[in-house]
Design a protein around this ligand. Structure first.
Ligand code: IDC
Length: 580
């Protein structure tokens, strides 16, 4: 049974069909080897599909199948067979926080127990297998390539990278360090680090900087990125030297050296001019047409990023006359959200419509000068568009300078913690956490997953499915076709009592209408009701039962009741109320 993973919904899916496997891989599912070996004939395991949640469910129990069909699930026939000799149990667990991908199935007892410790519900044995499966491990960083407007990995899966730019290597070399890069990856959800090598600024590569030292720092950064599993950009950071041709010869010599050194490193990306300014696209184009062949002479594949006019804003102009005869090239767009808004987004829309591959190799939510006030709303509007187009993004900058775009607060050291984050750093951490898409890694070809396990008694270790972080102020549960979401909206103390206000949302997940519904909420301790609305509420100890009032007794298919709510009280000493 092939096992596949959908990084968008978190669902694992199992199929015996190689054709179905391949078509799912083609649309972005990750191949994870085999889940188990099934018998060819035995007890049927039914496969069902929930068109609302986009989720599959599998069961041996025909009564459970029929009940789900009544609730609107689609029966998809027999998925596979369970071994009547009960050779090897396939355990089933349920994640109460997930809407889709809520079940996991495994023959590995360790995985089963691990998930239960993480808060999954034990649903015991789903069915029986003949032998364990064989997980494939996808690891390492895949060589990327450009296709249309997209960045794809070696398995042609779409990749959207997010990460951070160092500050100028000449100014802040101390952040080029494996421990810092590890912090950015583990705590700030980074997958790519940009090494900003200023050319003309004080102490830059073409302005008195110690070139050997700067190159050693780049090498340290390239190695640290690799050691922490991140891509890395070598950024020729022109800025006050607005015309890239000013240092054309130095750029050619530099990229000849870099590409010779890193031609076999799949994680290295070259950015040949940060922010051209006061110069036409024709001049930048001519520069690029000379520097790119220098890189290609050594490294035929590495991604190359090319700056665009007006501090890398005019992607629309580049799109009207892109480079020719080059491959794996993308064009950069930079924005600082407090300054650059709809007008620059329109340029991106124009460029995207013309098929220009765009990479946001630098951005911030401060003003264009890297300082001033932050505009998170504008930053969020930018994120939606980048997400819609699947454009990779790199934030400015890993530093503790007293300016708004620094990720870390002034005075903090390089022994970083999340307490060191500036307001901009906090926005990046939260935004990147929300948008995180795991890197797929280099996966063995599917056929290798067909091998019979060499030692059937050794349990395989399939990748652990993602657990949705449980939000203590919200709880979601589904019972039959009713999904309930209970959200803590407010909490206050008055007259020596704690008051907790909840909003309750009920959704009919089925395709038939639901009447005489009943919902229940259980807390970790007894509560009493202070106020309630739009339902009949009764408390028994720590359990609340909700039944309809005359005007909301029926919920149409797919519809929600959103106006139910309650305020409950606990004694002053009971400060930790949580939903079970
Ligand atoms: C800025 C730094 C600032 C420094 C200046 C010149 O934040 O402390 O004084 O460079 O060395 C860019 C550039 C990037 C700028 C950044 C903020 O690529 O080098 O860094 N910015 O001004 N483009 C738009 C904004």
């Amino acid at each position: 049974m092939y096992r596949l993973y959908n990084p968008n919904s978190g669902e694992h899916f199992y199929t015996a069909s190689g054709g179905e496997r391949d078509s799912l891989i083609h649309v972005g599912w990750q191949y994870e080897g085999t889940g188990w070996v099934a018998v060819e004939k035995g007890d049927p395991v039914y496969r069902l599909y929930n068109p609302n949640a986009g989720d599959h469910h599998y069961t041996l129990n025909s009564a459970e199948r029929d009940m789900l069909v009544d609730c609107g699930w689609k029966a998809e026939g027999v998925g596979w067979y369970s071994d009547p000799a009960k050779t090897l149990p396939v355990y089933r667990e349920y994640n109460p926080n997930a809407i889709s991908g809520a079940h996991n199935y495994t023959t590995d007892l360790n995985e089963h127990e691990h998930l239960i410790n993480l808060g999954w519900r034990n649903e015991n044995i789903g069915w029986y297998a003949l032998a364990p499966g064989k997980a494939v491990v996808c690891q390492g960083l895949s060589q990327l390539h450009v296709s249309g407007t997209d960045l794809l990995d070696e398995n042609n899966r779409k990749v959207v990278l997010q990460g951070y730019s160092t500050f100028g290597l000449n100014y802040a070399p101390q952040y080029v360090d494996e421990s810092v890069f590890r912090f950015l990856k583990n705590e700030m959800h980074s997958q790519i680090i940009r090494l900003a090598l200023y050319t003309e600024e004080y102490g830059g590569y073409c302005n008195g900087g110690n070139q050997a030292q700067l190159e050693a720092l780049i090498d340290k950064g390239v190695q640290a990125a690799k050691a922490t599993g991140q891509y890395v950009i070598i950024d020729w950071h022109i800025l006050s030297d607005g015309n890239p041709n000013t240092h054309l010869e130095e750029a050619k010599a530099f990229f000849a050296k870099m590409s010779a050194r890193y031609k076999n490193e799949k994680h290295v990306i070259y950015e040949i001019c940060n922010e051209p300014n006061g110069v036409s696209w024709d001049q930048i184009r001519s520069y690029a047409q000379q520097v790119i062949p220098v890189i290609r002479a050594n490294d035929p594949k590495g991604i190359i990023l090319v700056g665009t006019p007006t501090w890398s804003q005019d992607v629309d102009i580049a799109a009207s006359n892109p480079l020719t005869g080059v491959t794996n090239v993308m064009y950069t767009l930079h924005f600082y959200a407090a300054t650059h808004k709809e007008g620059i987004r329109d340029k991106l829309k124009t460029a995207h419509a013309k098929g220009l591959p765009v990479f946001v190799s630098e951005f911030g939510i401060s003003s264009a000068d890297g300082n001033g006030s932050l505009d998170e709303a504008s930053g969020n509007a930018w994120m939606s568009l980048l997400n819609e187009y699947g454009i990779s993004r790199v934030g400015w900058a890993v530093n503790n300078k007293a300016e708004a775009s620094s990720l870390f607060l002034p005075g903090t050291s390089t022994a970083l913690s999340l307490n060191d984050l500036s307001p901009s750093g906090r926005w990046f951490e939260e935004t990147y956490q929300k948008n995180y898409k795991p890197l797929p890694g280099i996966c063995p070809a599917p056929d290798q997953g067909q091998d019979a396990p060499s030692n059937p008694s050794t349990p395989t270790t399939p990748n652990t499915p993602p657990t949705q972080p449980s939000d203590p102020s919200q709880s979601t549960a589904t019972s039959g076709s009713l999904r309930q979401t209970v959200t803590l909206k407010n909490h206050w103390t008055s007259n020596d009592q704690n008051f907790w206000q909840y909003e309750i949302q009920l959704t009919n997940m089925s395709s038939t209408s639901l009447s005489d519904w009943m919902a229940a909420v259980t807390w970790n301790q007894p509560v009493t009701i202070d106020q309630s609305w739009n339902g009949q509420y009764s408390i028994n100890g720590s359990t609340l039962t909700i039944r309809p009032v005359p005007y909301n007794g029926t919920i149409a298919p797919g519809q929600s009741l959103t106006d139910l709510g309650i305020i409950v009280k606990t004694p002053a000493s009971s400060k930790n109320l949580s939903i079970q």
